[in-house]
Design a binder for this molecule. Structure first.
Ligand code: SAH
Length: 521
């Protein structure tokens, strides 16, 4: 499914697709609602409301050992989206996410958030609803799971969102959560006024939501705006206010409302599952709350940020930050680039690398040359004095605005055999773009791992776009930061371009590590 890769990393269904065959063997009611195709595969018709309801009940039993009864004329919650919301609240509270106390506004017949929150995190809840039948079932489901000491189901009157008695009670709450009724009226609920095209296929699964569950005057935007207004009165009693948002357009409408009311500490997130996306919005008056970055945004940006998830089965390094950092450093030594290690903990580390030549490209060619015994030749070349040589082999080149014109003399630094720094003028062989000028480290007659820096008077300096002299671009081809981060047991390798315009070179460096640390599967 398209969005599953953006599902919250702790979501049970991210990596555990329900096994319908197993479920059909174990649960007779599930078997009754499923069919077998010609290949023997067990299938479920998601267009049938009853099938979806049975699936949710079966998964709640199988994966969470929860007994939930759902009426056939009420909303059936999809578990992956409800779990995404719960995990986001955990993230908001960080390490102290266990044993929180929350309010679930509009709990529905399933009482899904309180029951899951209590089961997974031992959270306590005040669960509200306006609808008699929903309240009756919610109560039944709480008792059916022996959670009556942790979850209190309360009837509230229409017209308010946050229960009024919270104001007068001594009880405080960590958070409010809510999956508000989405639509403003029947026309909208049936998509007659929405932008849904007539030729667009039916939604993938059938909704059994009653009017009271899906329709509220002004739709969800109005409902959440009212929550914002009411949150001012109870800000001493509740730390974090959150709501799910069903339509993307409403995310910006609600953000505008928060700004208009001068609530500056707010955050939004995406709940991704299957083919549907929902959003979460949270705000607080508590200055100690720091909202987490959206996982979806992080993953999306990750593409442009040059990130690689190191496979656990890379077959080279023990999968922890300490060993992985040591390995990265050993590789930098092999590449003969300068490096400086920053802070290293068990969850992240950082090494800054400065390269004067491209020693990471053409690795395959280098290995081939080595095999063919041409190393001897290269050694001989190395022993030649750089001044005498007029070939590119003895020159360390710089990128100037990403390109070099043909046969243009450039001034640069090299280090001769005595490791003294000299400035030479050289003619560069025809090279259009230095990013792709693959000068192998074997071909460079110098030892580059040195802390010596050339004196400023003779340095070649690159100007920034604004025309100011830019120190960071002196005498190097590329400078980047190699960051290792551990998130949810996975180690991510990130390359940050410190020059700001060497993305292609950074990409090559990332590719170098990808080749070294690839999956053995
Ligand atoms: N939380 C459930 C149900 C969401 S449907 C789930 O995620 O599956 C929205 C629910 O809000 C319905 O049960 C509806 O009866 C209830 N509701 C509508 N207006 C309300 C209000 N003002 N206060 C509390 N609940 C309300």
């Amino acid at each position: 499914m398209a969005l599953n890769r953006f599902m919250h990393p702790r979501n049970h269904y991210r990596n555990n697709k329900p096994d319908f065959s197993q479920l059909a063997l174990k649960y007779p009611e599930f078997a009754d609602h499923s069919t077998q195709d010609l290949n023997g595969k067990i299938c479920l018709d998601f267009k049938k409301a009853n099938s979806v309801r049975i699936l949710t009940q079966t998964l709640l039993k199988e994966d969470f050992n929860l007994n939930v009864e759902l009426p056939d004329d009420r909303l059936t919650p999809t578990l992956s989206s409800r779990l995404n919301y719960i995990h986001w609240i955990e993230d908001i509270f960080g390490d102290s996410y266990k044993e929180l106390r929350g309010i679930d506004i509009g709990t529905g017949a399933s009482c899904i958030y309180p029951i899951l929150g209590c089961k997974i995190n031992n959270w306590s809840f005040l669960a509200t609803d306006v609808n008699e039948k929903n309240l009756e079932y919610a109560d039944k489901n709480v008792k059916g799971n022996n959670m009556q000491t942790k979850i209190q189901v309360v009837k509230v009157e229409e017209g308010t969102c946050i229960p009024q008695f919270v104001l007068s009670s001594d009880q405080t709450y960590d958070f409010v959560m809510c999956n508000p009724p989405f639509f403003a009226d029947h026309m909208e609920a049936q998509a007659i006024t929405s932008t849904r095209k007539v030729n667009r296929p039916d939604p993938p699964s059938m909704s059994t939501a009653e009017d009271c569950e899906s329709i509220v005057p002004g739709g969800e935007a109005q409902f959440i705006k009212q929550m914002i207004q009411e949150s001012f009165q109870v800000k001493e009693k509740i730390r974090v206010f959150t709501s799910m948002v069903g339509k993307k357009i409403n995310v910006s409408v609600i953000k505008e409302e928060l700004k208009r009311r001068q609530i500056s500490n707010f955050s939004t997130t995406e709940f991704c599952q299957g083919k549907t996306m929902r959003w979460g919005i949270a705000w607080t008056f508590d200055t100690t709350i720091k909202f987490p970055k959206s996982y979806f945004e992080k993953k999306k940006k990750g593409n442009s940020k040059l990130i690689y998830e190191i496979p656990m089965d890379n077959g080279i390094v023990i999968y922890d930050i300490q060993n992985m950092t040591a390995y990265i450093i050993s590789q930098l030594q092999e590449l003969k680039v300068e490096y400086k290690e920053g802070k290293r903990t068990n969850i992240n580390s950082c090494v800054t690398m400065t390269a004067r030549v491209n020693s990471w490209s053409n690795q395959r060619r280098k290995r081939r040359l080595e095999k063919q015994g041409l190393n001897k030749d290269i050694e001989e070349k190395k022993n030649k004095t750089p001044e005498k040589s007029s070939s590119v082999n003895s020159v360390i080149v710089h990128e100037i605005n990403g390109t070099l014109s043909n046969n243009k003399a450039i001034e640069d630094t090299i280090i001769d055999d005595d490791k003294k720094i000299k400035i030479v003028k050289e003619t560069v062989m025809e090279t259009k773009n230095i990013n792709s000028a693959n000068i192998s480290s074997d071909e460079i007659p110098v030892e580059l791992k040195t802390n010596k820096t050339p004196s400023t008077s003779t340095e070649s300096v690159v100007k920034t776009k604004s025309g100011c002299l830019d120190d960071t671009k002196k005498n190097h081809l590329v400078k980047c930061r190699i960051i290792l981060k551990k998130t949810d047991d996975r180690i991510m390798l990130e390359i940050v371009d410190l020059d700001g315009d060497k993305r292609e070179l950074c990409n090559q460096i990332l590719q170098y590590f990808k080749n070294k640390l690839k999956s053995q599967a």
